[in-house]
Design a protein. Structure first.
Length: 755
């Protein structure tokens, strides 16, 4: 099969290059259009408790996650000054004229005094769009461009989910350009050190750029069939660039090796595809299989990374098995042009000495590495998962600053940790409903960390209660609320009618609960659980949402899907390695080794991004938790990339074992022959991934750092010491398969990959 592919590359070199040139020319026109088609959201799901609460808020009160908040603030005027009022009137007029805006809610139109800051120098307006969160981003850009110039001493800021997500789009594109600017020159420099010649070093970079450009174009076409999240741009570029260069490194190295042995150019190309080509095919298959798991995660932002990853790895494999052999055939021995010296390999090299040392003391090496790994994994036991908001953006980002201004100016209107929606067909303002609400408010105020409970049954400031009780002739505070809510809204004074109108309709109301802790802290999550367990009177339909409700639902659903993804990936990976190596033990060992490196990576993420070590170096603000999607994406991406190196090494080990070498000799031979190439490939992957560790988006930073750390650990400690020492200790059990399965597995042995 692979020899046929090699002969085809020799006979049709110009045709293959011409086809790829046409594909690249087309891709170059489509790839730049991709960012405008990507979604910054993709984390929503309606089929949840918080989703039903949000739906009720939007249906009854017109409040939506896609609404934009406009903050009008002055250090010179107050809301009582004509200059401020005129600026507000003009701003509302301009905003309402923007296409896509349904209405603009003001303090006057809602009768809500809470829309004015305590110092009366700021107001907030709600720009209702009547569209979903993804469509709202385009409207936000139009709003931002349409904002009128404010008088001296006044400013207007826009915040809310659409503003945050739109800025994530812009920052992600900037991160991608900056990462590529650093990654490609560093990769080329490493390749120059490895190959010691410009032609051989330039080919992997050429293939990497070609594959990434093609991938972006294909993803652009995919967006017309299904939505894709914005992070597919950064993550798949990092994975694709690293994988394409790694595969090219294998092909070019093997081709030069075959030429050095005296083979003609055609024979060297065919032999390269028969050996390195097989390894690339199975390695790419392992990476694709690991990314399949992300397809089982329901959130668009995450499973689109799996789709993009599978596409870019497939393109990289195709490029390494078609375009690169064709170019090598056309170049022939000119691939060594301007090469300075050629390095020899074998058991006498550095890696050969490492292999000999591991074989002499396998137990000591095994025990020492396990102790070191336990030390690296130990922070994992302190992990806290969370969901960031505007803080995912760098300091100084406009929407992040606007959110901070809003929280400072309107502390009582910060996003509540809990939002309980209550629907009652008999009417939420009836005496029975008000009594139930009052009882719930008393209960909620007693919960740990609760600082405020805002509802139609608790909105009157304590200082006004005695006066209003006299005015309404109420014997108690409970009776006061019953009498106020029984009064038609048009007969209530604005100070009372405004909050009631803002918090309820005839059949639904909302209770907003604020806490001293953040929504990612345990008290907020515990409050969500307790609110959902609270017993309400019969006939009331209650849903608990709010920020902490959504966070809890999101993390629970994400990790429920993640367990399915893990099971699928492990099952498929084990099956592929079983067919490739014909052993029931080696695939299990490979899975365990990969688990070690990923667990250590998780420990490093906790140490750095949760606890804030090296925050100054990497330029981020620690949030006190690990972004919940990061471990999910890290597992799928790294499991495949780590399996790459496992396949490279075990293929060479099996080649020696099949020749009749002992287990000990085979393991030493495999490490000696692949140590250099794996180290070189991992250095390139670390350079590419590490460039993204300095991105401005926190999630991308964590992914880039995690990938670079895990690949370094995997290619050095795991692959160089733990894997060979384990195989040395297990002896011939490495190659065990039950008797009944051996004939079946033997039929697939001819497909076993060789580096």
């Amino acid at each position: 099969m692979f020899s046929v592919l090699g002969r085809f590359a020799c006979r049709r070199s110009w045709v293959i290059v011409g086809v790829w040139a046409a594909v690249l020319a087309t891709s170059a026109t489509l790839a730049p259009k991709l960012p405008s088609r990507l979604l910054s959201g993709g984390y929503d799901f309606a089929d949840s408790e918080s989703g039903r609460a949000n739906a009720a808020l939007e249906r009854e009160l017109g409040l939506s996650a896609s609404d934009i908040t406009a903050i009008l603030r002055s250090d010179r005027y107050t809301i009582d000054d004509p200059e401020f009022r005129e600026a507000q009137r003009r701003t509302v007029e301009v905003l309402e004229a923007v296409e896509g805006v349904r209405r603009v809610l003001t303090p006057e139109s809602t009768g809500d005094p809470g829309r004015v800051s305590a110092d009366r120098r700021a107001v907030f307006l709600t720009v209702s769009l009547g569209t979903d969160l993804d469509g709202a981003q385009q409207v936000f850009l139009s709003l931002r461009d349409a904002l009128p110039e404010q008088p001296e001493g006044m400013e207007i800021r826009l915040t809310g989910a659409p503003a945050t997500y739109a800025e994530i789009n812009e920052v992600s594109e900037r991160d991608l350009v900056r990462a590529e600017t650093y990654a490609l020159p560093i990769a080329l420099l490493i390749l120059l050190v490895i190959f010691r010649g410009p032609i051989a070093a330039g080919l992997p970079v050429l293939l990497g750029v070609s594959c990434i450009t093609t991938n972006l174009a294909v993803l652009y076409l995919v967006t017309f069939q299904r939505p894709l999240g914005i992070f597919v741009l950064n993550v798949t570029t990092a994975v694709g660039l690293g994988v394409a260069i790694d595969y090219s490194l294998l092909v070019v190295s093997r081709f030069r090796e075959e030429l050095a042995r005296g083979l003609e150019v055609d024979q060297a190309v065919i032999r390269t595809i028969e050996t390195a080509g097989k390894a690339i095919f199975f390695s790419g298959l392992a990476v694709v299989v690991s990314l399949v798991g992300l397809r089982y995660v329901r959130f668009v932002a995450i499973h689109s990374i799996g789709i993009g990853g599978m596409i870019v790895v497939t393109i990289s494999v195709l490029g390494a098995l078609t375009l690169l052999p064709a170019l090598l055939h056309l170049l022939g021995r000119r691939v060594n042009w301007l090469t300075i010296g050629v390095r020899s390999g074998g058991s006498g090299t550095f890696w050969g000495k490492i292999a000999a040392g591991v074989m002499r003391r396998p137990l000591a090496v095994f025990a020492g590495i396990l102790v070191a790994l336990f030390f690296l994994v130990s922070p994992l036991f302190r992990i806290r998962l969370g969901v960031p908001g505007a803080e995912i953006l760098p300091e100084g980002a406009r929407s992040r600053e606007a959110q901070e201004i809003f929280d400072e100016s309107f502390p009582s209107r910060k996003i509540p940790q809990g939002a309980v929606t209550i629907e009652c067909p008999a009417g939420v303002r009836s005496s029975e409903s008000v009594r139930a609400l009052r009882e719930f408010v008393r209960w909620a105020r007693e919960r740990e960390g609760v600082t405020d409970v805002l509802s139609i049954a608790s909105f009157i400031p304590d200082g006004l209660v005695p006066m209003l009780r006299l005015q309404y002739g109420a014997a108690s505070e409970d009776e006061l609320y019953e009498k106020i809510l029984a009064t038609p809204l048009e007969k209530l004074p604005p100070a009372l009618a405004g909050p009631v109108r803002a918090l309820s309709t005839e059949r639904m109301t909302v209770v907003r609960i604020a806490m001293s802790s953040t929504s990612n802290d345990e008290p907020a999550r515990r409050l969500t659980r307790e609110c959902r367990e609270y017993e309400w009177p019969a006939g009331m339909e209650v849903h608990v949402g709010g920020e902490s409700g959504y966070f809890s639902d999101f993390i629970e659903a994400l990790y429920r899907d993640f367990l399915v993804a893990i099971a699928v990936v492990l099952f498929l990976t084990y099956g592929i390695l079983l067919l490739q190596f014909g052993s029931f033990v080696l695939p299990l060992k490979a899975v365990v080794m990969n688990t070690f490196s990923i667990a250590a990576c998780y420990g490093a993420l906790v140490f750095v991004f949760q606890e804030g070590h090296f925050a100054g170096l990497l330029g981020f603000t620690a949030t006190g938790f690990v972004d919940a999607p990061v471990p999910v994406v890290i597992f799928s991406v790294l499991f495949g990339l780590s399996m790459d190196y496992e396949v490279f090494m075990l293929s060479r080990v099996k080649e020696a074992y099949d020749r009749g070498d002992s287990n000990e000799e085979s393991v030493a031979h495999g490490l000696a022959q692949t140590g250099g190439i794996i180290t070189s490939a991992s250095a390139i992957m670390i350079a590419v991934s590490g460039a993204f560790a300095f991105a401005d988006i926190l999630l991308v930073q964590a992914l880039g750092f995690g990938m670079a750390f895990a690949i370094f650990l995997d290619a050095t400690v795991i692959r160089a010491f733990l894997v060979p020492s384990t195989m040395r200790l297990m002896g011939d059990w490495n190659w065990w398969a039950p008797r009944f399965a051996r004939p079946f597995l033997a039929r697939f042995s001819r497909f076993a990959a060789h580096e």
